[in-house]
Design a protein around this ligand. Structure first.
Ligand code: SF4
Length: 340
């Protein structure tokens, strides 16, 4: 609808990232001028971020690439047709594959490229090529997640829904800003705020008093690089105090005694000495976490990019399994996905 100054306000979805916030766009003479969050949107609740609000720059900025560019003999970029670009790339890739084999071609997908259909098409492309060398933002900055899952085993039903959880442990991650780690990615601060209001007990392990840590029931503020030590201490405490979900572990776990032996040296006092967090605070956090009926935990870039990041992810997976915080028969699945 246009107002008297010729401005038009249109309800839309921001497509700058895959979060897809519901927004209003202001359009003047056919050009998008600005964007604000739509407070009536049932998913994003009025949220918009700085990047989304810079839509005019994204759409009309002088550096935006609107057509394929290829370097000429002088090293200058020249505009070429999509057909020329695709044929040139195919020719060059064929030469490389013929000479060095399919694994000589690697593919890196950024965050947005992982969303459908980009992720599916790039996966199919690499399958057709016969190369296993696919990388992404996840494999670069959080490789421990995949390795730990391979070592620990994957629970195909997924985890507890954040909206249903009594407790949640965040380690080396700040979902209030990143929207990762189990909190719904769309307007994460709104969801965290609501969860705290309904009584969720957040435990945050982060050297920094992050935006998420400010909402925590317990904030463990260790020296950096000791996440695996802290998690080993939590696993040890759960086992030492008999707080594990015994039925779930008996049915789904194995090698419990080996795990117990490996974490035995990580007493609260040892963790205090090494990670610089009070032993009693570790006990408090562990008891809150393990005594909850439902919960979840997630590690982020902070843990994964620190020393022993894979071990931290593995111990976190052990902690979640020990507490039985896996989706079980009869649990509500908040977002089953449209294609499943
Ligand atoms: S998070 Fe920001 S960039 Fe992404 S859809 Fe929402 S407003 Fe747009």
């Amino acid at each position: 609808m246009k107002n008297s100054k010729g401005k038009e306000k249109t309800r839309a979805i921001c497509r700058t990232c895959m979060i897809s916030c519901g927004v209003f766009m202001e359009i003047v003479d056919g050009r998008v001028k600005s964007l604000i969050g739509d407070s009536d949107d049932p998913a994003s609740h009025g949220y918009s971020c700085r990047r989304g609000r810079d839509i005019e720059g994204h759409l009309y900025g002088p550096n935006r690439i609107l057509r394929p560019l290829q370097k000429d003999a002088n090293g200058e970029f020249q505009s070429v047709s999509p057909q020329t670009a695709v044929s040139g790339i195919a020719e060059r890739l064929s030469e490389i594959v013929d000479k060095h084999g399919p694994a000589s071609v690697a593919l890196y997908s950024g965050t947005y490229a992982l969303a459908p259909p980009g992720g599916m098409v790039s996966g199919a492309f690499m399958d057709a090529l016969g190369s296993p060398m696919s990388f992404s933002c996840g494999s670069i900055d959080q490789p421990g997640k995949l390795l730990a899952r391979a070592l620990h085993g994957k629970w195909h039903a997924g985890g507890t829904a954040f909206a249903e959880a009594e407790t949640w442990l965040f380690i080396g991650t700040n979902p209030a800003v990143s929207g990762l780690g189990g909190v719904p990615t769309i307007n994460p601060n709104w969801h965290l705020h609501r969860a705290v209001k309904r009584g969720i007990k957040l435990i945050v392990i982060d050297p920094r008093r992050s935006e998420t840590a400010q909402k925590a029931r317990v904030h463990l503020q260790p020296v950096p690089g000791e996440d695996a030590t802290i998690l080993a201490g939590m696993v040890r405490l759960v086992l030492a105090e008999g707080l594990e979900d015994k039925d779930f572990v008996a049915e789904n776990g194995k090698n419990l005694e080996e795990l117990r032996q490996h974490v035995e040296p990580f007493t609260p006092e040892f963790v205090e000495k090494r990670a610089d967090i009070p032993a009693d605070q570790l006990r408090e956090a562990t008891r809150i976490f393990a005594n909850a009926k439902t919960g979840g935990a997630s590690a982020g870039t902070g843990s994964n990019m620190s020393p022993r990041g894979t071990l931290a992810e593995y111990l976190l997976a052990c902690l979640i399994t020990l507490c039985g915080f896996r989706a079980k028969q009869g649990d509500r699945v908040p977002n089953p996905g449209v294609l499943v």
